[in-house]
Structure formats: C-alpha cells, structure tokens
Design a protein. Structure first.
Length: 68
C-alpha cells in the first residue's frame, strides 16, 4: 500500500468519524449517517488495497517460482 493510499484511506476514516460525532452532538441524524458511510468507505478502501497488494505479491511469487 502506497503512502498516498494510506493517507487517503485514513483521511476518509478520520473525516467520517468527525462528521459522525458532529451529527451525534447536534442531533443531525443525516450528518451522523454521512460520517458513518465515509468511515466505512475508508475501511473498504483499505480492504481493496490490501487485496490488490496480495494479488501483486502472489503474481510476483509465481513469477519467481517459474524462474527457478
């Protein structure tokens, strides 16, 4: 996972949490839901990036095995 991807994913999770808390404090259920959704988006991006990295690693391992 690149630094940019980590930063982008963390930014979504932190911003989402902030919106969620803001919604709870102000009683704005829509803002709270928006924050939860943004936090889930950040977590989903992490999972996709991890899966992508895993596939790349598997491909590299197969290439290395073929070279032996």
């Amino acid at each position: 996972m690149s630094v940019e991807e980590k930063f982008d994913n963390a930014k979504d999770k932190v911003a989402g949490k902030a919106k969620e808390v803001e919604g709870k404090v102000t009683g704005d259920k829509s803002r709270e839901a928006e924050g939860k959704a943004q936090g889930v988006l950040g977590k989903a991006k992490d999972a996709v990036t991890d899966a992508k990295d895993s596939v790349k690693d598997s491909i590299n391992n197969l290439k290395n095995d073929d070279e032996k």
